[in-house]
Ligand binder design. Structure first.
Ligand code: ADP
Length: 906
């Protein structure tokens, strides 16, 4: 037995096939985990290309993992069951191996490797071919003589066996195909690959698949599998014939038309295919339709073309620029004819449109989502199909997907709103046109005014698909509109009621003019609406040129402002002054589009202006006159002053001259007798004395006037009997009157009257008036003093029938430095300050003095003094002394006062 074992071992070791023995380990579930090599023979290690020492101890996984197939599964499958044989092929380095595995007992496995030679391979293929087809396999030698014929089913032989034997393979075809056949045989021999050729004999069509082989003597022989393709070919030819007929039409079809056999080989293509792909018809005949496709689309097209009779799909084909165009295919698989009609339309543009459309759709979606209005659409049953973002978020506070599929009833809680919407929808569906609604809606306790526009949308057949609604919250707009309306109304009321005329116009049309126009112009507003020219038609002739020239000016047409006053003629012919102002209203480009203006009647104002102007002129004139009079008066006063001083110097010089003359005379008198001397001295002394009095009087008057002006001349009042004072002064001058042969009378209604007065000053007043009455009297004239009184006043009148005072001079006699006329008074010259002093003294007593005179007849002076008493000491003995003093000095004062009257005897 041992010898036998050794013999087998030796046999295995030297066997021409590979041998290996493995041990399998299993997991707890009894599944094989690995197969470890226990021993291998020389052939195995040679076939695997690894040393025996390397292989033994390693697992099948280690050795076979690089071999590309799932060998481990194969080994697992064999080893999992006893006595199982597995067969598997391995193709490595152009070699083919048959691997047989066998598990003789559990846990052990034998693996055998056989090299499959080319011959074996061919035979196998041959067998496979035989099994796979119902056709004939013909074997022929290198001289093309048929050596064997074989078929799986004799009955199916379409060429009688006897017809074939001892014939050349080329006898089986028409002459025309022989060269092609030779060419195919050469190709099969050289390439050692199967070559396909189609040929015909007597209208019988065959296809041969030829391979070249070598027998054991290394002689070449061929195997040809022949199929009868007559039916198919006939159909193809028929098709081509038919197609030729249609070709003329198809050729010029703009669409892509291609006829292929079932393998996809292009049999015919129209011009469009050439044009689109850039391949010539000849090129195309050697191509499959798949060659024209985008690699990614080939499988899809294959599936589509075999699956159904009709198929429609879209994929890409190559075009001549090397780019791919999108085409829409319509394929028809004609099983009877054995061909495929492939019609394609270039839909690249359509695809581009589709992309464009998609982007437009996206854009539109973005657009409606950006629109703040509420946009929504629903089907005819009121079920929402969609809405924009504003509707979803603001109205329903959710997302669009939660709206879709719902109804208004489900979305709005408020039944009132649901009813409103339902009635709107119903109306739109009935009217089939755009309808606009404005509704007040309460939503979340807030009131909104909603403007809604609803319309229908239709499907491609023109049937109503549903309603599109666009709603807008116009609450603010409504409120604004209301406010505008109110303010418009207020404006209209204002415009209607104010006197000014407002207007708004374009350059050739009046848009609005307020009723003020009718009041000012006295013409209807309609007149202006009819023709804008009428607005300035009634400008007064004299103003027309000035006004119309403005409209011609560039300034008016560029700046647009107008501000002018002009006269208009009313229908009754009267003139009114109008003040018109207007300004431009411009558009966004700065062009004047409107003019707005206001006009008012300023006639009254104009008249007032004229009156004011006239009054001002008058006032200026009066003022000038006053000023010139003042100037005159000043000049006169100045003259008076000059005259006065001239007069005064004369007044002063005259008595001094006389005094000097008298003194000289006294000196000259020295040669005279004493009697003579005495007489002349007396005479000259009298002159000296009289003129000294005159000087004294003059100086006293000047001093008093100065004191009066300075405010130093004050009253020294006491209660005196005024009748007594006046009477005694009158009587004291009696002698002077008598000298001038003037009768002096005193007469009083009252015997005595006590009143507070300055006795000295009353005396001065009386002396002055009396001396004037005598001075400006004629010889034989009369002077009278008359006294009377009432309850409050005492009246003293001093009258004379002397030369009198001219009427025009009467007013000025109380003014200082005025003498009525020196010529008339040359007899009794004076300074002209006496009466002014008298007036001041009377007024100091609170009294008045006035004069009445008739020139040439006489003069009356009236003095009125208030009667009043002052409180005095009981003891008034001082008065008696004062009276005495006054009496004693009275003569001097009289002499002084009367010193003017010449020829006075003293
Ligand atoms: P005179 O010192 O010159 O008398 P008066 O002031 O007393 O100045 O008088 C002013 C002038 O009034 C006199 O110069 C005289 O022309 C006029 N006049 C005054 N009294 C009379 C009168 N009784 N009759 C006429 N003329 C008088």
């Amino acid at each position: 037995m041992k010898g036998t074992n050794d013999f087998y071992k030796e046999l295995i070791q030297n066997a021409p096939c590979g041998y290996a023995y493995c041990h399998t380990t299993f997991n707890s579930e009894g599944e094989p985990v690995s197969h470890k090599f226990l021993e291998v023979n020389l052939c195995f290690s040679q076939l695997i290309g690894l040393d025996e020492s390397y292989i033994v101890g390693r697992t099948t996984k280690d050795i076979f993992s690089t071999m590309g197939e799932d060998w481990e599964a194969f080994f697992n499958d064999v080893s999992s069951k006893n006595n199982k044989t597995g067969k598997k092929y391995l193709k490595e380095l152009e070699q083919c191996y048959e691997v047989i595995a066998f598990s003789p007992k559990h846990g052990y496995m034998m693996v055998m490797f056989y090299v499959i030679t080319d011959e074996m391979k061919t035979i196998e293929k041959y067998n496979n071919l035989l099994l796979a087809t119902n056709d004939i396999i013909i074997e022929f030698d290198e001289n093309y003589y048929i050596t064997d014929i074989c078929t799986s089913d004799e009955k199916k032989m379409f060429i009688p066996k006897e017809k074939l034997l001892n014939k050349k393979i080329i006898d089986l075809m028409d002459q025309a195909y022989i060269p092609l056949y030779y060419k195919a045989l050469d190709e099969a021999r050289i390439t050692e690959k199967a070559v396909e050729i189609e040929y015909a004999r007597d209208n019988q069509w065959h296809r041969a698949e030829i391979i070249s082989m070598r027998d054991i003597n290394n002689k070449i022989y061929y195997l040809a599998a022949i199929y009868d393709i007559s039916k198919q070919k006939k159909a193809e030819l028929e098709l081509i014939k038919k197609t030729r007929e249609l070709e003329k039409v198809f050729k010029i079809l703009p669409g892509f038309l291609c006829i292929c056999n079932t393998q996809g080989k292009i049999l015919w293509a129209n011009n469009a295919v050439e044009k689109m792909t850039g391949f010539s018809k000849k090129d195309l005949q050697h191509k499959h339709i798949y060659d024209l496709l985008h690699p990614d689309d080939i499988q899809h097209m294959k599936n589509e073309m075999t699956k159904t009779e009709h198929s429609h799909f879209i994929n890409r084909y190559i075009c001549k620029e090397g780019l791919y165009h999108y085409v829409s295919w319509n394929c028809y698989f004609d099983r009877d004819e054995g061909c495929i009609y492939a019609i394609a339309n270039d839909i690249s543009k359509l695809k581009a449109y589709e992309t464009e459309l998609l982007s437009q759709k996206k854009f539109l979606r973005t657009l409606i989502d950006t629109i703040p209005d509420y946009i929504y659409y629903k089907d005819t049953d009121g079920i929402y199909l969609g809405c924009n973002k504003a509707t979803a978020e603001e109205v329903f506070n959710t997302h669009e997907e939660n709206i879709i599929g719902k109804t208004d009833k489900e979305l709005f809680k408020d039944e009132e709103i649901v009813d409103i919407i339902a009635s709107q929808d119903k109306e739109v569906l009935t009217l089939e046109k755009i309808v606009t609604y404005e509704e007040k809606i309460r939503l979340d306790n807030k009131e909104f005014v909603m403007e809604t526009m609803k319309t229908l949308f239709y499907d491609e057949n023109g049937n109503i698909s549903g309603i599109i609604g666009v709603s807008r919250d116009i609450t603010t707009r409504k409120n604004t509109e209301r406010k505008i309306k109110e303010s418009e109304e207020r404006f209209r009321q204002l415009a209607d009621n104010i006197d000014e005329a407002f207007w708004l116009s374009t350059d050739d049309k009046m848009l609005y003019i307020s009723p003020g126009y009718e009041r000012i112009w006295g013409r209807s507003c309609m007149h202006v609406y009819d023709d804008l020219k009428n607005f300035r038609k009634y400008i007064y002739d004299e103003d027309q040129e000035r006004i119309f020239s403005i409209f011609e000016k560039e300034e008016y047409n560029v700046e647009g402002y107008f501000n002018e006053k002009y006269r208009i003629v009313k229908p009754d012919g009267t003139l009114r002054w109008v003040w018109e102002r207007s300004f431009p209203i411009r558009d966004e480009n700065g062009n004047i589009v409107r003019r707005a203006g206001i006009a008012e009647d300023i006639t009254t104002l104009k008249i007032a202006e004229e009156v004011v102007a006239r009054t001002r002129e008058e006032m200026i004139r009066v003022e000038l006159k006053k000023k010139s009079m003042e100037l005159e008066q000043l000049a006169e006063l100045d003259k008076l002053r000059t005259d006065f001083f001239a007069n005064l110097s004369h007044e002063l010089r005259t008595p001094i001259n006389l005094i000097f003359a008298a003194l000289k005379m006294i000196e000259i008198d020295d040669g005279n007798t004493i009697e003579q001397k005495n007489v002349s001295s007396k005479k000259y002394l009298k002159i000296i004395k009289q003129n000294s009095y005159r000087l004294m009087r003059l100086i006293n008057n000047l001093i008093d006037v100065t004191r009066l002006d300075a405010g130093f001349l004050t009253l020294n009042s006491s209660n005196w009997d005024i009748v007594d004072i006046v009477k005694s002064v009158t009587l004291s001058v009696a002698e002077y009157a008598k000298n001038k042969e003037i009768t002096l009378n005193f007469c009083s209604d009252i015997e005595s009257l006590m009143t507070a007065c300055d006795a000295d000053k009353i005396e001065r007043i009386m002396l002055n008036l009396l001396s004037n009455a005598i001075k400006y009297n004629n010889q034989g004239g009369e002077v009278g003093v008359y006294m009377s009184s009432n309850e409050n006043e005492v009246h003293i009148t001093i009258s004379d029938n002397g030369i009198g005072i001219p009427v025009d001079k009467l007013e000025m006699i109380f003014e200082r430095f005025k003498q009525v006329d020196s010529r008339l008074t040359k007899e009794g010259e004076g300074s002209g300050i006496g009466l002014s002093l008298v007036k001041s003294l009377v007024e100091m007593h609170g009294g008045t003095i006035s004069v009445e005179s008739t020139f040439g007849i006489g003069t009356n002076f009236y003095i009125i003094l208030p009667i009043r008493l002052i409180e005095e000491d009981e003891d008034d003995t001082w008065k008696e002394y004062e009276q005495e003093d006054r009496d004693s000095s009275a003569i001097e004062r009289i002499k002084m006062e009367f010193s003017d009257i010449y020829g006075l005897k003293i």
